[in-house]
Design a binder for this molecule. Structure first.
Ligand code: ATP
Ligand code: MG
Length: 427
């Protein structure tokens, strides 16, 4: 029989890799809590219709990338390709918005898109998303961009580029689309095939094409920016002023439209030169019409999503370092082993990493293991110690000079606690 393998585009995250993931997640959770944003968890599996209505039929995600199947009850189900539509559905369905019309929310978890796997692109990948629901002020746009920027900076990521654009409101876009479609009719032949196919499905997305020939042709196309109403214009200049004030550097990119259908006004992306061709680590924008379109109350909103695999690639090497064991318990002998087990449970009441050696091997072997793990301290418990209901605890000074050690009675919790406080928990 062939060995079983995982599906293409999915990966196992092994313990050594997860050290970095967990360190990054810890910083993310802290930053989100400090910004007073609450978590929301929605199902990974949803009705297919949610994404068709919430993302848009003409988008790449819905037309080519979804994992869709029929379940045993003949329902069409889809593994979520992104988080925003599900969050919107959950808020509407649970009638949260009538009592809490404004919400700052985050979610994190796996997303699924049937794409060609390559560095920084998988079929099962992870996103952290933040959504500010019910906020319509420019200040909320600024706060959300600043939040994304600060999260990335907090992780020590350099070479960040923020690109911004405005897509105007639905009316501005409709006006632009009319004249853009006329131009597309005439200039169809100078576009790549992919873009030609988008003319009827999702013409705005053509602006975002990476194709060189298309990019060149688009230089002469009408610009969405010129179709913005007075109000949309001033909203956008306000955004730029406030970003300037916060000293968050940005570049304007008139062709930044983003993949999903539901965006209005502010759209932004954060890229990093260090990522190569899949350079976008964070994408976001305002979606004032989505919740209403999905059957909820009229609720403006803005959000972003960070791709965690790309974030992990960018985050510094220092985050790959595991936290060392604080106490390694070396133990051998019938009574000693029972007492050591008991002791290990007691020690887990402290913020310490405690490892109990279960090998029953010789002291010298266990000692070597503790050394290899760079444990900060060891406890030694053999038959001699066990007979006296005591143990030796020793600070494992890696330089080898000054080893502080103490013999502590098994029942003297106060002495143990003092030793721990002084030697392991201080500083
Ligand atoms: P791209 O242009 O790279 O396909 P996108 O516009 O489809 O990105 P979004 O839907 O905005 O991406 O998702 C937000 C972020 O999620 C992206 O910036 C990226 O970091 C990450 N992401 C999207 N698709 C994948 C994927 N298949 N594998 C890994 N990360 C992804
Ligand atoms: Mg994509």
């Amino acid at each position: 029989m062939n060995n079983l393998k995982n599906l293409r585009g999915t990966v196992d995250l092994l313990p050594v890799q997860l050290i970095k993931w967990q360190n990054v997640e810890k910083i993310l959770f802290e930053q989100l809590a400090r910004a007073s944003i609450n978590e929301i968890r929605t199902p990974i599996l949803e009705m297919t219709e949610l994404f068709i209505r919430g993302i848009g039929e003409g988008t790449d995600v819905v037309s080519k990338e979804m994992y869709t199947f029929v379940d045993r009850g003949d329902r069409s189900c889809t593994l979520r390709p992104e988080g925003t539509a599900s969050v919107a559905r959950a808020l509407i369905q649970n009638q949260i918005l009538s009592n809490h019309p404004i919400q700052k929310l985050w979610y994190m978890g796996p997303m699924f898109r049937y794409e060609r796997p390559q560095a920084g692109r998988q079929r099962q990948f992870h996103q952290l998303g933040v959504e500010f629901i019910g906020y319509d002020s420019v200040r909320s746009d600024v706060e959300i961009i600043a939040l994304a920027w600060d999260i990335l900076s907090k992780l020590g990521i350099k070479e960040l580029n923020l690109e911004i654009n405005t897509l105007g409101d639905t009316k501005d876009r409709a006006n632009f689309q009319k004249s853009f479609l006329k131009w597309l009719e005439i200039n169809k032949d100078s576009l790549d095939l992919d873009s030609q196919n988008r003319i009827t499905k999702n013409p705005l997305r053509i602006l975002d094409s990476k194709n060189f020939q298309t990019k060149k042709a688009l230089k002469n196309a009408p610009r969405l920016f010129d179709f913005l109403s007075e109000k949309s214009h001033s909203r956008y200049s306000d955004l730029k002023k406030q970003l300037d004030f916060l000293k968050i550097p940005y570049v304007e990119n008139f062709n930044l439209v983003r993949g999903l259908d539901y965006y209005t006004h502010t759209a932004f992306e954060i890229t990093s030169g260090a990522l190569g061709s899949q350079a976008t680590v964070c994408g976001g924008g305002r979606y004032d019409d989505l919740i209403k379109q999905m059957g909820g109350p009229n609720t403006p909103a803005i959000g972003f999503a960070i791709g965690l695999e790309r974030l992990i690639l960018l985050a510094g090497k220092e985050l790959e370092v595991p936290r060392n064991t604080d106490i390694y318990i070396i133990n051998q002998g019938l009574i000693a082993e029972s007492l050591a087990m008991d002791l290990s449970r007691k020690l887990r009441n402290y913020d310490l990493i405690v490892e109990l050696d279960l090998s029953g091997a010789t002291f010298s072997k266990q000692f070597k293991k503790a050394n290899k793990l760079k444990s900060k301290s060891i406890i030694v418990m053999g038959d001699n110690e066990a007979a006296k209901r005591e143990f030796l605890i020793r600070l494992f000074d890696q330089s080898g000079d000054e080893n502080k050690e103490e013999v502590i009675s098994f029942d003297n919790d106060i002495k143990l606690e003092n030793w721990i406080n002084k030697n392991l928990l201080a500083n």
